[in-house]
Write a protein that binds this ligand. Sequence first.
Ligand code: PEP
Length: 235
Amino acid sequence: MALRIPMIAGNWKMNLGIAEGAELVRGIAAGIRDVKGVDVLVAPPFTALPAVREAIGDAGIFLGAQNMHWETEGAYTGEVSAAMLKETGCTHVILGHSERRSLFREPSEDIDRKAAAAVREGLIRRQLEGSLQQFRVQGSMPASTILAYEPVWAIGTGLTATPDEAREVHGFIRGWLGDTFVSDAADQVRILYGGSVKPGNAADLMAQPDIDGALVGGASLQAETFAGIVRFDPV
Ligand code: PEP
């Protein structure tokens, strides 16, 4: 079985300006300096990406964006491309978050196009289940893909799925990956749990066999709290 390194990813959403973002990531870096064996990612708003990249320095924290367009350039007012994100130092991009779908009516077909474009550009992306049509047609999914399961009722509500409930859904997704792709996707793709993850519930969730990390919203906006989740004590 492939070794899946746990990942803790912070989605800052539309929060924090340039100076605040840089300060937060410096605080996170200080709080997790001695942590080994966990991949850590922050996804600030577009405007803060270059400053946060600079503040990360050589701390080994991955930088992600929260959205992108599937075209490389052109008349798409208000959009940014995968290449533009890469230029700011992004290695990842969050695609298909439930807020994009519900508040901005983003359909699965668009997320599918974005996912394919992100892979072409070498950006690894996190994407909710579904919207994987192009990979399904190919019959393979890049091992660098990271999926997130987030019960919508748990996002920003303080409510969390129990470890058993989350394990069941993650197991289902992994089974689906195995049935759908001929590649080793089921073994290699990380599946993160999201929905009111906090330092107090992270360890129990992470202890479940098919949970490979967390996508964190609200609790990612404070260095101490986010570092507390990163320090969930991986075994
Ligand atoms: C999210 O928006 O992806 C999320 C998990 O938010 P929160 O941690 O605040 O529930």
